[in-house]
Structure formats: C-alpha cells, structure tokens
Design a protein around this ligand. Sequence first.
Ligand code: SAH
Length: 351
Amino acid sequence: MTPLAQVLLRRIQQEGPIPVAAYMAECLLHPSYGYYITKQPFGGAGDFITAPEITQMYGELLGLALAQSWIDQGAPSPFTLAEFGPGRGTLMADILRATRGVPGFHAAMTLVLLEASPNLRAVQKAALGAVAAQWIDHPEDLPDGPLFLVANEFFDALPIHQFVRGQTGWHERLIGQNDGALCFGLSAALPFDAFDPRFAGDPLGTVVELCPAADAPLQAAARRIKAHGGLALIADYGGWRSKGDTLQAVAAHKFTDPLAAPGEADLTAHVDFEALVRTAGLPYAYAPQGTVLRTLGLDQRTEALAKRLSGPALTAHLAAARRLTDPGEMGEVFKILALYPQTTPQPPGFA
Ligand code: SAH
C-alpha cells in the first residue's frame, strides 16, 4: 500500500467516502505524496510522453501561431506570454526559440508560468535558461493586460467529478473503503433538475464528468483576453462533450487501475471542450491536433528539418511528425481549442 493510500483510508474512515475529484486532487498534488510533487513524470524514461516532448516542431508551430496573432492584433506592448502547467518547460523553451526572430515580441513580453509543483518549477527554470519568468500559484495572479497563453495537457490533470444517471436522479461516484482497500461507490441521488442541463436527455446508466476546477484558470484567462486582447491555445485529449468514464491512471507508459497505487501513477480525464467554451464565453475555433498542426505548416517544417538529418535521426524525426498528426496516433484524439477576442479574425491554424 502506498503512503498516500494510508492517508486516504484514514480520511475516509473519519469523513466517509470522498468524491473522485478529491481523490484525484490528493493523488496529483498532495504536498508530500502527490504525483506531480514527487515525480519527474514526462519523457521516454517517465510515465508518459507529451507532444512537446516528442518533437521541437510542436512548440515552434504553436509559438509562431501566438506571435502571428500578436502581430494581427497590432503587436500590443506590454503583453503577457503565459503557460498553464508547463511540465519540464520544453514547450515554452521551443516557443521562445521560435519567436526570437519576431521583431519586438520578446521585448514586449512578460513571461508567466502557472505551476503547482516546486520541483517542476526548478526544472522549468533550468529549461528556460537566460529568459526571466515569473511563477504564479493562482490564475488570478496573471497580469491584467493582453494575454497570449498555451496549455498543453494541463486541463486533463484537473480533478473531475463523475456522475452516473439513475432512476431518480444523478449519483456522484465516490471513493470509499472495503476491508481496508479503496473502492468505488455511489452517493444518494441528486435531483435531475439540479444537474447540468446538457445531459438531461441521456439514458439510464450514462456516466458524465464535470470539472469545476477548470473554471478559475479559464475565467482568469478569458477575462483578460476579452478586455485586452490575446489568444489562448488549449491542447488536450478529449472531445466536444464529456462521454463515459474517462478517468485513467498511467504508470511507466501503461494503463493501471486508478485506485491501485495513489500518488504513484498519473491520473487524468478527457477534457470536455464544450464546457471550456461555455465557461470562457469567447469566440473559439476547435479542431483535431493533426489538422491544426498541418494547417500551421508541420509538413513543410518536417521536410526542412529532414534535409539536415540522416539514418536513425531521420527515421525518428519522421516518426515524431507522424505521431503528432496521424489519426491513429495523437492526430485525432487530441484537440486544439483557440479562444480569441470578438474583434479579431480567427487565429492561424484553423481553416
Ligand atoms: N504541459 C506539459 C506538462 C503536462 S502535465 C507537457 O505537455 O509536457 C500537467 C502539468 O500541470 C504539470 O506541470 C503539473 O505539475 C501542472 N499542474 C497540474 N495541476 C495543476 C494545478 N492545479 N495548478 C498548477 N499546475 C498544475
């Protein structure tokens, strides 16, 4: 049993069963045993690999899209370049390298990173080298001004509540204990009319997921973009609407039981992009990752870099491009959502 499992069992014995969201929050960010607090999860040697860790082209293309949108909006100065959940800092390092040649961009920018893990903050600082950044604990600490933001696999790490449709209402999925082991259970029914109306017509047994933890970061970003301009590019796996039980645990690149080893595995859930769009209340564009990257010029960039490579390095480079865009790999299940101001044309990357 992991040390966090003992902490959780004690809490459940005292307080009773807890929502999936409370379990997820403890597993990921418990101050002593949380997954993001104690681990270096990303990359080939870690538990999972994300798009920016697969190829530098990902950050380059998103960086240039942000810079183009900044130019299209009249190159506001100063502005905030921000990232939510920067992981190892790879994405931001690639964005900074790609935008170095954009006249005035770096001079006008204040770089701000929202990161909960002290460990990862240190890794990010090292990755950014000479570029100064400011780390914040709360999204409301973002400067009040134009905001150009990226978030890659951040929203999938926020705690979700799960509900199951029953005969008399929606039951929240809870985590309790049975003979000293964690197990799933259900709350008493919450009345239908107290629940998200998007799911009013769903059949008995439907599982839906709600992520109220997404509201604060999203509203903080949207308010700034609405008032001062900017762009948010949010990339994650998921779909337009929450469908089914998507809570998943991954350790060493393999799916595991989410209750088996709390604190030792990454826990995520699919992102409900419709909910993000509703919360943000901004114009938006939304498309599969593969489509957006191709529209931004991934194929041309792949070819240009390929000219300098040969042998295994060339094979790996071409495989990385395919991995990001192929519908059978990350191209389709990952989506990119752009949120932008009323007064601006649609950002680059969206047809
Ligand atoms: N964007 C990176 C890392 C994704 S993992 C990549 O694509 O490789 C999720 C990241 O979000 C980690 O850096 C994690 O520590 C951070 N994170 C998770 N929950 C958070 C929260 N509530 N507040 C701030 N950062 C959080």
